[in-house]
Design a protein around this ligand. Sequence first.
Ligand code: C5P
Length: 235
Amino acid sequence: QTAGPLAGKIIAVSAGGTREPLDPVRYLGNRSSGRQGIALAKAALAAGATVRFIAAHMDLPAPAGVELSTASTAEQLQQAVTTAARGADVLIMSAAVADFRPAEYLDSKIKKSDDRADPVITLVRNPDILAMLIAERAAEGPAGDLPPLVVGFAAETGDADSSVLEYGAAKLARKGCEMLVVNEVGENLTFGTDKNTVTILFADGSDAVHAAGSKDEVAASVIDSVAVALRAGRA
Ligand code: C5P
C-alpha cells in the first residue's frame, strides 16, 4: 500500500510533442522535450499516485513506474489520452499538440525536380484534445468516467494589450478545465531548458499559485495544487 497525498489516485499525464507527417520521411513537429511531463509524472508517483503516462515524442525516456502508452500524431494522442483518462481522477495535459497538420499525406517522398513547381503545404486544424474531452465529459454527465479534475498548460507571452495572466485567465475560461498552468515564455525563458516560471490558475476562483525554478520544482507545485484540490473536493 503506497502512502502519500495522492495514494489511491489515478493521474493521467500527457507529455512531449506530436509529429504530423507530410510523407514517409518528413513531419511537422515542435520543440517540446517532454521534460515538464516527465517531472509531473515523477512528482505524482512520489505522491503515491498510479500514473498513466501518454508519451508523444520526447528527448528522454518515460520515467520508470508509469503505465505507458505512446502516440505520434495529434489524432493518435487524442485516442490514447481519452483511453487513459477514462476512470482516472486527474488528467494533466502537458503535451504540446500541433494545432495544424498537413491536409494531405503523400505515400511516397515528395520529390524535388527542376521542372516541377515548389510544393505548397496546406494545413488543416487538429482537434483540441483538451477542449473536446471537456465537452465530452459534460455530454456524458454524472454517469461518465472522464476525470473531474483536468489540468491544462499554456505558454503565453504578454503584450501591450494584455498581461500573461489576463491571457491565461481567458484561456482557462475558454478551455473549460479546472486548472491552467500558465507558463511565461519570453526571451530569457526558453524551451528545452530546465527552468520554468509558472502561475497556476483555478477555475473555481481559488487564489493563483506562483512557482519558479526547475521543472521538478514546478511539477511539485502543480502536484501539490492537484492534491489540495482533490482533498478539498473542489473538483
Ligand atoms: O490553446 P493552447 O494550445 O495554448 O492550449 C494548450 C493546452 O491545450 C495544453 O494543455 C495542450 O496540451 C492542450 N491542447 C490540446 N489539443 C490541441 C492543442 C492544445 O489538448 N490541439
